[in-house]
Design a protein around this ligand. Structure first.
Ligand code: AMP
Ligand code: MN
Ligand code: MN
Length: 323
C-alpha cells in the first residue's frame, strides 16, 4: 500500500474502534507530543476513550508543558494489551521505550511517522518522509475522519509543525506545510503563545549550562565539524534538567565553519544521547542509523554507552562516508 492507502486504512481502523491508546517517542519533542495530543483530543471530542503516554522518563519537557495534556497517563498506567495502539513520530519500536512491550501485545498497531529511517513496523504503517512533521499526517487523518479541529487540537498540531520545521525555515517546509499551518491558525492555534513557550523562555540556569557547553565546544575546521559535551553534572550545578536544553543544539550549529554539529549528552545512568545536525552536505540520518539510531537527513540522533570523547571521534571519522 502507498501512504495514501495506508492513511485511509488507518482512518477506517480508528473510526471503527472505541478505545484508542496513543504513544509517541521517548524524550518527546514538539512534534511527538503535538501530533499525539492533537489526535487524542480530537478523538476524545469524537466520543472515543483515549489514553496517551510516552516511555520513561515520564517528564513533560518544560517548554512544552503549555500543551493540553489531560489525556496523558504514566507509562505504567497505559493499557497493557491495547485493542488499537497508534504510535506517532516513532521510527522504530525501540523508540517507544517500555511501551514497545505494550505495542507488541496490542491487537493492532498503527504507525504515523515521517522518519526516512522508519523500519516499517506496525500493522498499518503510514510513513511519509516528505511530511515535515507527523502533525501533517494527523491533520490529513482528521480530515478523512471528519473530526473537528478545535483551538486545542489546532494548537497541538501547529506546535508539531513549528518545532519540526524550525519555525517554518528548514528545508522540509513545503507549500503544503504552510497551507496546513494557515488552516490551523484559522482554527484557533496561537503562534505567538507557542513561540513564546518553545523558543523565548528558559530558566536562568539554561544560560549557565549553555555558557559551559559552548565554552568547551571544539571546531575541526578540516572536517567541518563542531561538537561539544554536556553532562548531568553541568545540569545539576545550574539546577536544570535535560528537557531544558532541547534548543542548545541550535546555538552550537551556528558555527558557520561546520557542516555537522554534534551535541553529546551524558546522562547519569551512563547513557549517552547524541544529537546531530547537518547544513546539507552530510546525511546525518544515515550516519545515525549506522550508529544504531535514526532521524532525518539533516537532523538525527542515536544513543550509546560509549565514552563521550570516543563518540565524538567516531562521528567525525564516520562523517566522511555520508557526504
Ligand atoms: P534530536 O537531536 O533529539 O532533536 O533528534 C533529531 C531527530 O533524530 C529526531 O527526528 C529524532 O526522532 C531522531 N533521533 C534522535 N535520537 C534518536 C535515537 N536514539 N534513535 C532514533 N532516532 C533518534
Ligand atoms: Mn520527534
Ligand atoms: Mn517529527
Amino acid at each position: 500500500m502507498n501512504s495514501t492507502e495506508e492513511l485511509n486504512a488507518a482512518a477506517e481502523a480508528i473510526a471503527t474502534t472505541e478505545e484508542l491508546a496513543l504513544a509517541c517517542h521517548v524524550g518527546p519533542d514538539g512534534d511527538a507530543l503535538g501530533s499525539m495530543l492533537g489526535l487524542g483530543i480530537a478523538a476524545r471530542n469524537a466520543g472515543k476513550r483515549v489514553t496517551a503516554s510516552f516511555g520513561s522518563p515520564f517528564v513533560m519537557p518544560p517548554n512544552l508543558a503549555f500543551l493540553p495534556s489531560g489525556l496523558l497517563v504514566a507509562p505504567e498506567d497505559f493499557p497493557a494489551t491495547p485493542e488499537l495502539m497508534v504510535v506517532l513520530d516513532v521510527g522504530s519500536a525501540e523508540r517507544l521505550g517500555e511501551l514497545a512491550s505494550n505495542a507488541s501485545k496490542a491487537a493492532s498497531v498503527i504507525v504515523l511517522d515521517h522518519h526516512v529511517t522508519n523500519e516499517g513496523f506496525g500493522d498499518i504503517s503510514v510513513v511519509d518522509p516528505k511530511a515535515a512533521a507527523t502533525g501533517e499526517l494527523v491533520f490529513d487523518l482528521l480530515g478523512l475522519l471528519n473530526w473537528q479541529i478545535t483551538p486545542d487540537v489546532a494548537n497541538c498540531l501547529h506546535t508539531a509543525l513549528v518545532t519540526d520545521t524550525g519555525r517554518f525555515l528548514y528545508a522540509n517546509t513545503t507549500p503544503r506545510t504552510l497551507e496546513i499551518a494557515a488552516v490551523l491558525v484559522g482554527a484557533g492555534a496561537q503562534p505567538t503563545e507557542i513561540g513564546r513557550h518553545v523558543y523565548e523562555e528558559s530558566p536562568f540556569g539554561y544560560l549557565k549550562v549553555a555558557a559551559v557547553a559552548l565554552g568547551r565546544a571544539e571546531l575541526d575546521v578540516d572536517a567541518r565539524f563542531v561538537s561539544t559535551i554536556v553532562t548531568q553534572a553541568d545540569l545539576t550545578a545550574a539546577g536544570i534538567d535535560w528537557g531544558d536544553i532541547d534548543n542548545l543544539i541550535d546555538t552550537l550549529r551556528l558555527a558557520e565553519e561546520a557542516d555537522v554539529a554534534t551535541l553529546v549528552k551524558v546522562h547519569k545512568d551512563g547513557r549517552v544521547r547524541v544529537s546531530m545536525r547537518s547544513r546539507g552536505d552530510t546525511d546525518v540520518g544515515s550516519l545515525a542509523v549506522a550508529m544504531g539510531g535514526g532521524g532525518h537527513r539533516l537532523a538525527a540522533g542515536f544513543t550509546t554507552e560509549a565514552d563521550a570523547e570516543a563518540v565524538i571521534r567516531q562521528v567525525r571519522e564516520a562523517m566522511e562516508e555520508y557526504r
